[in-house]
Design a protein around this ligand. Structure first.
Ligand code: 5AD
Ligand code: SF4
Length: 437
């Protein structure tokens, strides 16, 4: 029998990108062929995200679109964070068009789920969450590139009241350091220059006596690894010793993503973030004392239930005071099961949320532009990643140590995956322009 072709479409965060790479590996071992076009696929999987979007409708539409394009001759699976959500719908409504469902801890069962569907026509699902599954025995099938994602822990125990992740991805569990280090070594051997360690909350990493800083030290010691990044930490227990390690090690990038979420103490409290504005500001100060030029990015939610215009001003104040290099700003979106959804009505009017997001983005764009302009004239090292998506095919784009996008003209002297010195001569709010020195 010829191998069945599988196409996977990925939505959402980097953890999902990584999970798709795990799924590809699991399926290839089970004699499926991964294809990069929907048109040649016998099976299409959508690896979904439910963190912010009300994406249910989007996924339904995609399912119908795919069924139509393939004249019904396709099996469709839903993976990822929307899996649990969709299971109930699948059982209630047989006409949905979805054939099988696998939650984030069930990917090893995919070959079984698929054969159930293709051999018996019976719809199949597994959305059980595990306290142990870390997929440490699976070697992801990565696209050839310069950066490799590595999940070092999965799940989250924090229960921020707005967040659906603890429900969709389950409890925290960490991979064994030895196993992670072996993966990093393999990646170096295969030509990857950069690894990004992933976790819903990386500083909760704990495996026996090893914590996140210990793990970073071990990864940094791997010979040949040029750049190490990680995301995302939580400000409540960000380890100070990690800041010292970052400043000492050349191969740990000069970048911290520090999710603020809100600048007002009452809102932080009802979000269950367990830090205050003062504690957040002190942490930023400490980071900058130890690494004066550290690139700091953040996530912000505005319009959390009951947030007044006055309380939102505290978030504005923190943004102005900290001057983040990048900020990802979101309107609060009510998520099923979360404590916030049970306790509060989503009571900040849409119009007011829009006013706040427009205002905060304007402020942040000015800051980002100013911060990027301060790079002009400097010599910086960039890792070339790909042909520029922003400028034109005559340019490459890469990232500097702090993770800002840098655009350079193409030349025969260097190519993707090279680390080169460039001189910055221009800046926008999103990127730097440079020439090779
Ligand atoms: N509404 C809006 N933004 C959210 N995020 C998580 N949950 C929600 C929600 N319900 C944002 C947070 C988080 C980022 C990944 O997504 O800012 O840090
Ligand atoms: Fe969600 Fe908070 Fe866990 Fe991040 S730390 S995944 S925001 S619950």
């Amino acid at each position: 029998m010829s191998k069945k072709n599988v196409f996977i479409e990925t939505y959402g965060c980097q953890m999902n990108v990584y999970d798709t790479e795990l799924v590809k590996s699991i399926l290839q071992k089970a004699e499926y062929k991964i294809v990069d076009q929907e048109s040649t696929a016998d099976i299409v999987m959508l690896n979904t995200c439910s963190v912010r979007d009300n994406a249910n409708r989007k996924i339904y539409n995609r399912v119908h679109e795919i069924k139509k394009a393939k004249d019904g001759k396709v099996s469709i699976g839903v993976l990822g964070c929307m899996a649990t959500n969709f299971k109930t719908n699948l059982l209630e409504n047989k006409r949905l068009g979805i054939d099988f469902i696998a939650g984030p801890d069930s990917y090893k069962h995919l070959p079984n789920l698929i054969s159930t569907v293709t051999e018996t026509g019976i719809k199949a699902f597994d959305v059980t969450l595990s306290e142990f599954e870390t997929y440490s025995d699976i070697d992801p099938v990565r696209d050839a590139g310069v950066n490799a994602w590595i999940a070092i822990m999965r799940g989250c125990n924090n229960f921020c009241t707005f967040c659906v992740v603890p429900y969709t991805r389950g409890r925290e569990r960490s991979r064994e350091p030895k196993n992670i280090i072996e993966e990093v070594k393999r990646l170096v051997k295969n030509g990857y220059k950069q690894v990004t360690l992933l976790g819903q909350n990386v500083n909760s990493y704990q495996h026996e006596k090893y914590d996140f800083t210990d793990l970073m030290k071990m990864v940094s010691d791997v010979e040949g690894i040029e750049r190490i990044r990680y995301t995302s930490p939580h400000p409540k227990d960000f380890p100070r010793k990690l800041l010292s390690l970052m400043s000492e090690r050349n191969n740990i990038c000069n970048q911290v993503h520090m999710p603020l979420q809100a600048g007002n103490d009452r809102i932080l409290d009802i979000m269950n973030r367990t830090y205050t504005q003062r504690e957040f500001l002190d942490l930023i100060k400490e980071a900058r004392d130890i690494m004066p030029n550290v690139n700091i990015s953040t996530d912000i939610i505005l319009g959390f239930p009951t947030e007044t215009a006055q309380e939102f001003e505290d978030t504005v104040k923190v943004v102005q005071e900290v001057e983040f290099d990048q900020a990802y700003i979101f309107k609060y979106s009510e998520r099923p099961n979360t404590r916030a959804s049970k306790k509060y009505a989503d009571d900040v009017p849409e119009k007011e949320k829009t006013r706040r997001i427009v205002l905060l983005n304007e402020i942040q764009h000015d800051i980002a532009l100013r911060k990027n302009q301060s790079h002009i004239g400097q010599i910086e090292k960039i890792l070339i990643a790909e042909t520029s998506t922003k400028r034109s095919a005559d340019y490459y784009q890469g990232r500097n140590d702090g993770n800002t996008v840098v655009i350079v003209p193409k030349s025969d002297a260097y190519t993707k995956g090279d680390l080169i010195d460039v001189k910055i001569h221009g800046a926008t709010k999103n990127a730097l322009q440079a020439d090779v020195v």
